[in-house]
Design a protein around this ligand. Structure first.
Ligand SMILES: O=C(CO)[C@@H](O)[C@H](O)COP(=O)(O)O
Length: 234
């Protein structure tokens, strides 16, 4: 019987990084990983503190959300993760945190402007903030609709998820993703730093404008290859 041990250990280690980087207190936040060959997602169990988490606690579900391995309840945010894996091809890891600067920008309900090269190295353009979910969406299927809201926001704005691996959900907090669970956590750390620097930048100069696009493009292409700008690359 497949116990998905390798995937579970990878996801377990990534969840411990949330706590190590102080991106989530208590049981807040969650990290998952997707194995497309097996067609399963491993994710943190709901309500288990990080310092008590073991690889055996990690729960494995199908892309449709059916539990296929594990005794605990999967994270309450599992439906959000699953929508992102289904709708954004290439994702292998998703992270959700309650990191304070990221949550502050999400609560403010505004995009994080691209003020500098640190941001430009990791995102083509501002970090999008979604609008609020409607009352019906919240009542109907909150976590699933949160994922759909992220996908709608990126598609409506023509943002490539592999070129902007992060988003703020209005009133809630950040979701980030990547080519592995560990990379999705790294993007959450980077997002928190971007949000902190953007807030301090705006406090230092309320009239500050965004970084000129020719500098932002140079930094993005230096790191991701030429012609990778605005999704023209791989
Ligand atoms: O977004 C939230 C709550 O607002 C979640 O991140 C919880 O804070 C963690 O839930 P579990 O993963 O433990 O179910």
């Amino acid at each position: 019987m497949n116990t998905y041990e390798e995937l579970r250990r990878e996801v377990w280690k990534a969840n411990l990084l949330l706590s190590e980087h102080r991106l989530a207190l208590f049981t807040w936040g969650n990290v998952s990983g997707y194995d497309p060959d097996a067609g399963v997602v491993a994710i943190k169990p709901s309500g288990v503190p990080y310092d008590a988490l073991t690889p055996e606690d990690i729960v494995v579900v199908s892309l449709e959300g059916e539990k296929v391995w594990g005794s605990l309840k999967p994270s309450s945010d599992t439906p959000t993760h699953l929508v992102l894996y289904r709708e954004f091809p290439g994702l292998r890891g998703v992270t959700h945190t309650h990191a304070p600067f990221s949550v502050s920008w999400a609560q403010a309900g505004v995009d994080v402007p691209l003020y500098g090269t640190t941001h430009a190295d990791h995102c083509v353009g501002p970090v999008p903030c979604t609008p609020y979910l409607s009352e019906g969406e919240v009542q109907e299927a909150y976590e699933e609709e949160t994922g759909r809201l992220i996908v709608r926001t990126f598609k409506a704005r023509g943002v490539q998820p592999l070129h902007t691996p992060m988003v703020l959900v209005a009133g809630h907090g950040p979701f980030t993703w990547g080519s592995s669970p560990e990379e999705s956590v790294r993007h959450a750390v980077i997002l928190e730093e971007i949000c902190k620097m953007a807030l301090w930048t705006r406090m230092t100069n309320p009239e500050v404008s965004s970084l000129p696009s020719y500098i932002a493009r140079k930094h993005w292409e230096r790191k991701h290859g030429p012609h990778a700008y605005y999704g023209q690359g791989s």
